[in-house]
Design a protein. Structure first.
Lengths: 271, 428
């Protein structure tokens, strides 16, 4: 079972330290997103990287539309991995939608994480007037889904059947997996829907784990209002607005991102 | 190449780049636009330096912005290039322009530069959108087919399960009816007389067929048994009703009659007593008809009582005529106090006495056209070349009856007892 889960989620464990940091990627890509960041921590911490089922080099046969029809399915992935590695009191670093996924796992299993570090998180992406600004209108998310579909056009009509039907020719799937950010279009679409149509605001009062919110100064996906909303509704949270712009500071501004994470760990006496 | 020439060339290249038949731009690793060519500016309705310092993704539709942040930027950052990405640009006036983007990350003397080429593709986008719609329709059709197949498969499974259930049920029913048939047959065996040894001077044959196939028993019966006085009882009876109930009452009548004859009662007094006991104690649900004859081998005499039974038919060997042994009293078990008389008939060698129930006489297609006693008498009278035995007479009567009954067949229980007096040579 343990081995199955480690293979299913393409789990990688490295680095040395008494405590463990679990880095969880967001919607779109895979664990490679953390490539520029983990090097700053692997001397003091054990590092766990993984791909959600359906992403990266996970076992795509494990994907089921039922299980991954809500963020709980992804939170179950996180809990499965922690159980397989016998993790307790770990530090969870989640990018984008993974912030909420980790938070859900922390509610379901208190003691799993000592700290949640949320990089560009959002409890709800779609505006809910008059009081809540999420950053998007529903139609704009539909636009995203259309755009994804257009870009998967060639992929879906040609390669998807290859992957689906040529289990005996793994090199075809391999070629596909080597392309960073590639995902089965149906899986990607469902993950996009689950992510961008989610609303986890009601879960916020149940999050007891201390947390750091890393908010980019200009983020088209999680605008500053969202970071501030989270800060107001998360007990025991800190908010750091960084100079980095965009939604992927760990890629665009790795040093600054590393810096705020280290600051937080020092303040929490974890480093 | 002189410096001037180089400058001139570069300036010429810049002009070419500015007016190239595609939009071109460079941007920083923070996605901030550093240079946009004139084609791009005019495509989007901007002028001069308006785009410098803007975020690249701010030129995209909102969906495109998310796609850029979640897919394109990470790809470009990690893999260094983007190929054939379909996007929508927003003009200054907010109009959508579908474009295809190629982008490249390059590094020259420590400086990282990102460059991109954007080609409008309005026609192609329309075509692609149609393709997507067609594919979606195809997928839905496939999905529909799959669902239909699934439903079909499901229905087949249900049907199979029901069929199996039915088979199980059938097996249970079959086992049960098998058991009932066994019970009935055991009962029938108990009711059917065993012809223990020959009756001196007589040749006997019988035919018995219950009407209810499934029960295998009926209300008709016959009995042949020796009495202490060296005489023999010959009985043919018919209980109203069919099946197990009739069979059970048949046993009652048959054994009570045996008891009375065993203790030495003459046929008439035995029947009077039997009738009173049956009627007085309501032992029958209906009534019975019965012929009981006591045969004395010494005198070839049969003393008989017929309680509403079909007349016995006696074929005389010497004349070829048929005599009827008519009822000597009413039906049995209906009214206490009924009077029954007994008569005696003397038999001659080769005479044939036929005792039967109404299953035989009532054979026929309809009530108005039945074989009747006369029909049987005619069958008896028919000349035959074959050697007469009780068994051959019985066979002839049954065959004749069945031929008469044709399609309708014989509907009721049938019981036939044929008694033939042996010829003088037979007994030698």
């Amino acid at each position: 079972m343990t081995e199955n889960i480690l293979a299913r989620n393409n789990v990688r464990v490295f680095g040395e330290g008494a405590r463990t940091i679990v880095f969880a990627h967001g919607f779109g890509c895979d664990q490679n997103m953390w490539r520029l960041v983990t090097g700053a921590f692997d001397k003091s911490f054990r590092i766990v990287l993984f791909d959600y089922v359906g992403a990266g080099k996970s076992d795509r046969r494990a994907y089921s539309p039922e299980r991954y029809g809500s963020l709980s399915g992804y939170a179950q992935d996180v809990r499965d991995i922690c159980a397989a590695l016998d993790l307790k009191d770990a530090i969870f670093v989640g990018h984008s939608v993974s912030g909420m996924i980790g938070a859900l796992a922390s509610i379901q299993e208190p003691g799993l994480f000592s700290d949640l570090i949320l990089v560009c998180p959002s409890p709800r992406y779609i505006n809910d007037p008059p009081d809540y600004v999420g950053g998007f209108e529903r139609a704009e998310i539909e636009g995203l889904l259309d755009m994804m579909e257009q870009n998967y056009l060639g992929w879906a009509s040609f390669l998807a059947p290859v992957v689906m039907k040529n289990a005996d020719r793994p090199e075809l799937a391999q070629e596909l997996e080597d392309s960073f950010c590639s995902t089965d279009p149906k899986t990607a679409r469902q993950f996009a829907e689950v992510t961008f149509f989610s609303d986890n605001r009601a879960d916020l009062p149940n999050i007891q784990t201390p947390s750091l919110i890393i908010q980019c100064s200009e983020d088209a996906i999680a605008p500053i209002d969202v970071g501030e909303y989270l800060f107001r509704h998360l007990a025991g949270s800190s908010l750091r607005v960084i100079e980095a712009t965009g939604h992927c500071p760990h890629l665009s501004h790795p040093e600054e991102t590393i810096g705020v994470i280290q600051d937080y760990l020092i303040a929490r006496n974890l480093l | 190449m002189s410096l001037d020439e180089k400058d001139r060339l570069e300036s010429g290249m810049n002009d070419l780049l500015n007016d190239a038949p595609c939009a071109f731009l460079t941007f920083s690793s923070e996605s901030l636009i550093e240079f946009a060519n004139a084609t791009l500016l005019s495509l989007l309705g901007y002028a001069g330096d308006e785009l410098r310092g803007r975020r690249l993704d701010s030129l995209l539709s909102p969906g495109g912005r998310v796609f850029y942040q979640t897919h394109l930027y990470p790809l470009l950052r990690m893999q260094g290039r983007l190929d054939e990405i379909s996007l929508s640009l927003l003009t200054k006036n907010g109009e959508d322009i579908p474009v295809l983007l190629n982008a490249l990350r390059s590094e020259k003397s420590g400086v990282v530069v990102y460059s991109g080429v954007l080609v409008p593709m309005r026609q192609r986008r329309r075509f692609e959108e149609e393709l997507i719609l067609a594919r979606r329709a195809a997928e839905e059709a496939t999905e529909g087919q799959r669902a239909a197949n699934f439903a079909l498969e499901e229905a087949r499974r249900v049907l199979q399960a029901q069929h199996q259930e039915l088979q199980t049920l059938n097996a249970v029913i079959q086992a049960r009816s098998e058991r009932e048939r066994n019970i009935a047959e055991r009962l029938q065996d108990a009711l059917r007389p065993a012809l223990h040894g020959p009756v001196p001077g007589l040749d006997l044959a019988y035919y018995y067929q219950p009407a209810l196939e499934e029960a295998g028993v009926g209300g008709d019966f016959f009995d042949v048994f020796p009495l202490d006085s060296g005489r023999y009882a010959l009985v043919v009876g018919d209980l109203a009703g069919k099946g197990l109930d009739a069979a059970a009452q048949t046993a009652t009548v048959r054994h009570m009659l045996r008891a009375l004859l065993y203790i030495g009662e003459e046929p008439a007094s035995a029947i009077v007593k039997l009738n009173d006991m049956l009627a007085g104690n309501a032992l029958l649900t209906g009534f019975a008809t019965l012929f009981v004859g006591v045969y004395d081998p010494q005198h070839f005499a049969v003393t008989y009582v017929s309680c509403g039974q079909e007349p016995g038919l006696l074929l005389r060997a010497d004349t070829g005529g048929v005599e009827s042994l008519m009822p000597t009293g009413p039906v049995l078990g209906a009214f206490a106090g009924s009077v029954f008389q007994q008569r005696c008939v003397l038999l001659e060698p080769e005479d044939v006495l036929c005792l039967f129930t109404d299953g035989l006489t009532e054979a026929g297609l309809e009530r108005s056209n039945m074989l009747g006693v006369e029909g049987i008498a005619n069958l008896l009278r028919e000349p035959t070349s074959e050697v007469q035995t009780a068994s051959s007479v019985a066979s002839r009567l049954i065959a004749g009856t069945e031929m008469f009954a044709t399609a309708a067949g014989i509907r009721d229980d049938v019981c036939l007892l044929v008694v033939r007096v042996q010829s003088k040579t037979d007994s030698d």
